[in-house]
Design a binder for this molecule. Structure first.
Ligand code: IMP
Length: 199
């Protein structure tokens, strides 16, 4: 059976693939990268739920008979009034790279906060079952922002995020750690439980 995720973010797709292989191996994960004609909708919602729903609905329009989902995620930094939040992917500008976003985050923290580096990642997943029922689940991971980027794994802000109880960044800890503890892993566990109740 197929499940389609409405994202073209390679980092997210490889994490979801790993999670589904472990939690629900009979589901083959496909993404919008497998649909060359797909064009992503504008993410103009006001919340993670709004944006996840926009992407999930656009995925459902392409694959009406199958299970589909989309996620919206981001990093909320306490001393920055919970920014970049839903703007995480484009914090340093509409076409910003991961390293530009990370550099801006470190700079803003330097300007705004001497000591408070508390942060959290949030993922919201909106899914539609094969019959069109909407399911919403959420995952979080608390931590802090490192003084400098470190590590080679992952994507986005992984090189500057140190999970609570750890001394290394997510980019140093690697995919095995994220598959166990990340916001995306928590939300995916919740989604898979909801799926298992329905099929
Ligand atoms: P969106 O959900 O596609 O709008 O983008 C989410 C953005 O949040 C990503 O492009 C990253 O910048 C950031 N982000 C979300 N999850 C993670 C993660 O697991 N690690 C690092 N950055 C993340």
């Amino acid at each position: 059976m197929e499940i389609w995720v409405g994202t073209g973010n390679k980092g997210k797709v490889s994490e979801f693939k790993l999670l589904f292989e472990k939690l629900k191996p009979e589901f083959v994960l496909k993404s919008t990268m497998d649909l060359p004609t797909y064009s992503a909708p504008p993410e103009n919602g006001q919340s993670f739920v709004d944006n996840a729903r926009i992407k999930a609905k656009s995925m459902k329009a392409m694959k009406p008979q199958t299970w589909v989902f989309a996620e919206d995620s981001g990093l909320e930094v306490e001393a920055l009034g919970n920014l970049p939040g839903i703007h995480s992917a484009r914090y340093a500008g509409p076409k910003a790279s991961d390293s530009e976003n990370t550099a801006k985050l470190l700079k803003m923290l330097q300007i705004r906060s001497a000591g408070n580096r508390k942060a959290q990642f949030t993922t919201v997943i909106v899914a539609y079952s094969s019959t069109g029922e909407e399911i919403i689940v959420k995952g979080e991971m608390k931590g802090s922002i490192a003084p400098l980027p470190k590590g080679q794994h992952g994507f986005g802000y992984d090189p500057v995020f140190i999970p609570e109880g750890q001394t290394q960044t997510l980019a140093e800890l690697g995919p095995g750690f994220k598959a166990q503890h990340s916001h995306r892993a928590m939300a995916t566990h919740a989604l898979v439980s909801e799926i298992k109740e329905r099929i």
